[in-house]
Design a protein around this ligand. Structure first.
Ligand SMILES: NC(=O)c1ccc[n+]([C@@H]2O[C@H](COP(=O)([O-])OP(=O)(O)OC[C@H]3O[C@@H](n4cnc5c(N)ncnc54)[C@H](OP(=O)(O)O)[C@@H]3O)[C@@H](O)[C@H]2O)c1
Length: 365
């Protein structure tokens, strides 16, 4: 079992609960790669104890080498919203190879579903920030068949964080309509989104490191549940006592709105991706594939599936419904001084979910 774990993406929305879980009882030591060791998030992690910060970037061989060296485990979540799909592909491959070279014993890859492949290579499912990870996830599992004697590996496949349904500038940012109804107007139809609870990610990733035998070669794909947005709205009403609705919109209506990710539709996905590169996707292209994946996914019997029985076994206390998450988040928000959920979805109170949003979608590669 690894003791010292190198983390890429530790200061991010996904990485923070993972680091917190790993160091919670001082069983693990985490070495975290960050471009800015002085950021509030990096400093918050440092203050937990058993945490070491190393300055650098995943887009540099020696930074990766130095990070892996002396560690026996690794959790690697390469930020595709920095790099774009093409550059992410290269550095994810190199991260796996350098981990092998430097003697990592268990490698966990922060993955997303390979929607394009799962959907039968249908162009409507092309989504660079999903395929860029999922394609490499497949490659890692394939490499692992040969390399597992030296380094074992597992995938940790997540999905859209549930926090984004109350977040600012996300694909599913809500608004309060003139009639006072909290509204999610998204192109989802009768489809469902396998939303993920960030707090639970910590438990899952720790389980992977603690059960290397069972976890080796596993694609641990997690979610709370496949969330239909009619149910999302009903759950919000139940928990807050305020009216909510889902409005199914077509893609053109979605992209012509002034909310969420729509105003940035013409920009290239990946703030350091080359807009002139024919491989680049616009946010509109990228998130159209994203929504198609959920709209046409056919719930848990369709394109993107989850083994909820396995998740119950690994994490019996996991959040199992969006209503449960809303209840917990209501309490968390009040305790943290952010206000109730109803207050938090008012336009002036919507807050960022991702570090990238806090940083204004900029930074170095
Ligand atoms: N949004 C979602 O719902 C969702 C769901 C599942 C997966 N994802 C995927 O997760 C990835 C982003 O992670 P996140 O969701 O945790 O986002 P985030 O909150 O914006 O965090 C980004 C993380 O990436 C790190 N990072 C960015 N560029 C880096 C570089 N060049 N070198 C080293 N570290 C770098 C940042 O570290 P520093 O800033 O400290 O350097 C930070 O820890 C993306 O690939 C995204 O597709 C997103």
């Amino acid at each position: 079992m690894p003791q010292k774990i190198f983390i890429v993406g530790g200061t991010g929305a996904q990485g923070m609960p993972i680091v917190k879980s790993l160091v919670s009882d001082k069983k693990y030591h985490c070495r975290i790669l960050t471009r800015d060791t002085s950021s509030p998030r990096a400093q918050e992690l440092l203050a937990l104890g058993n945490v070491e910060l190393v300055s650098g970037t995943f887009a540099n061989q020696s930074d990766l080498r130095n990070g892996f060296r002396g560690c026996d485990g690794a959790f690697v979540n390469i930020d595709g919203f920095n790099t774009g799909e093409k550059t992410e592909t290269y550095w994810a491959i190199r991260a796996y190879e350098l981990a092998l070279e430097e003697g990592i014993k268990f490698f966990v890859y922060g993955n997303l579903d390979f929607g394009y492949q799962l959907g039968g290579y249908d162009a409507k499912f092309r989504c660079g920030h999903y395929d860029g990870k999922g394609r490499i996830g497949e490659w890692i599992l394939f490499q692992n068949q040969k390399n597992q004697g030296r380094m074992r590996a597992a995938l940790f496949t997540t999905g859209p964080y549930i926090d984004m349904v109350i977040g600012q500038r996300t694909p599913m940012t809500p608004y309060v309509d003139k009639d006072g109804v909290v509204t999610w107007a998204v192109p989802l139809g009768q489809g469902a989104v396998p939303h993920v609870c960030l707090q639970d990610c910590g438990v899952y990733v720790r389980w992977l490191f603690e059960n290397p035998q069972e976890a080796n070669g596993l694609n641990l794909a997690v979610a709370i549940e496949h969330v239909r947005y009619e149910e999302l709205a009903r759950a919000f009403e139940k928990v807050t006592g305020h009216p909510a609705r889902f409005v199914d919109v077509d893609l053109d209506t979605y992209w012509s709105s002034n909310r969420g990710v729509a105003p940035g539709g013409d920009r290239i996905t990946g703030y350091n991706a080359d807009a002139k590169d024919p491989a680049a996707m616009t946010n509109r292209q990228n998130f159209t594939g994203f929504w198609n994946l959920w709209k046409h996914s056919g719930g848990n019997k369709g394109v993107v599936r989850r083994d909820y029985a396995l998740l119950d076994k690994i994490h019996p206390g996991r959040v199992r419904s969006v209503e449960e998450w809303f209840r917990q988040e209501e309490q968390r928000g009040v305790k943290a001084g952010k206000g109730s959920l109803w207050e938090r979805v008012q336009e002036e109170n919507l807050g960022p979910v991702l570090k990238i949003a806090e940083d204004g979608f900029r930074g170095r590669l």
